[in-house]
Design a protein around this ligand. Sequence first.
Ligand SMILES: Cc1cc2nc3c(=O)[nH]c(=O)nc-3n(C[C@H](O)[C@H](O)[C@H](O)COP(=O)(O)OP(=O)(O)OC[C@H]3O[C@@H](n4cnc5c(N)ncnc54)[C@H](O)[C@@H]3O)c2cc1C
Length: 395
Amino acid sequence: MSCRFRQAPSDQAFVSRIVIAGGGLAGGLAALALARRRPEVELLVIDQGADFGGNHTWSFFDTDIPPDTRWVLDGIDAVRWTDHEIRFPRRRRTIPIGYNSIRSAALDAALKGSLRPAQYRLGTEIAGFGPTEVQLANGETIAADAVIDARGPGPMPGQQLGWQKFVGRLYRFPTPHKVARPIIMDATVPQHDGYRFVYYLPMSATQVLIEDTYYSAGAALDRDALRQRLEQAAAALGAGEPAVEDEEHGVLPVVMGGDFDALWPNSDPIPRLGLRGGFFHPTTSYSLPDAAANAAWLAAQTDYSAAALTTGLRARGAKMWRERGFYRLLNRMLFRAAEPDQSYRVLEHFYRLPPGPIARFYAGRLTAFDKLRVLTGKPPVPIGRALSAIFREAA
Ligand SMILES: Cc1cc2nc3c(=O)[nH]c(=O)nc-3n(C[C@H](O)[C@H](O)[C@H](O)COP(=O)(O)OP(=O)(O)OC[C@H]3O[C@@H](n4cnc5c(N)ncnc54)[C@H](O)[C@@H]3O)c2cc1C
């Protein structure tokens, strides 16, 4: 069975037809941006889930999103805090940079409120696709001018990887807790399996999302062990016996070195968004800022052919890859320059910096001078191991 996915209304001529394969974070933001700014582009978002976005809490710093990109997030319910905190054995700070979180349900609501029913298909598995057609698991084929691959994490050939892995639980307490602001890293906890920290997000006066997080050499995730540690962290808040309202987990790649061409071969004719295209912060694995920037870029295009979108998006990915080499170096220091139980010292040292460079670090926009400042000062790890870690990038 083959079809064009929608007839243009008689009063409107569509200039191009785009299928977005995957209605997660990147595909969802791209769809919202196109629907708002380019109504003349015929759009279809396909996702296998019953709703858009899966089950995530996506966070970002105020300074991650440039003012000219902010509109992409308009209409999506977010929780915002005016500052955030970090805790290390020898450093504890409140950093005056705002922090925001969006739950998957908020992206789902925004998409269902903005797209017409004919512009999306949920509960629909994609079995395969090329640059101008998508095959569904039910045997249907849908033709388009361009199919964009936004199916989330995929294989990462040719990369040196470590892993950021976590289990998070949204707890509701019977009495108000005392977590005043997001604690994005509490590394005062016992260290296990690499660099460990606990993350606290006070979603309301009685709700806290707590994540037990590890930067580890291996991807294995012992969810039961992490759940037990989360129970201890929740009990330590002293706000009574909590109920678990939700749980999420993740095993995200942390790139220490490698080759962009292996990740996204030049010969691949399919445009990509999101983790599929390498659009994520190499150290934090946050991808919302890149997803918003790409959505804004997409909405500003004039040529929506698969070839033009592939060329444009791949060039953006390659540029980010080049510009973010310093983060891969920092990752090597985090994973290799110290004994695993001492890795936290790399970030403890980093957090001596003022808010300006910290904001640019989060946003992936460190200047050459910032990079120098990150690396100078009393070395937090043995200098010989640090140098060997620095110079061991494959490409
Ligand atoms: C639990 C968790 C928390 C995270 N927290 C943050 C955070 O705080 N901030 C941040 O910036 N990043 C965070 N990340 C990292 C990253 O931003 C997310 O993984 C983000 O969702 C990636 O966006 P994406 O669009 O590339 O992929 P996804 O959001 O995973 O979207 C991919 C979509 O494609 C669909 N799909 C895949 N295959 C098919 C198929 N064959 N047929 C049909 N549909 C298909 C999936 O159902 C999914 O909806 C987190 C990741 C996880 C796992």
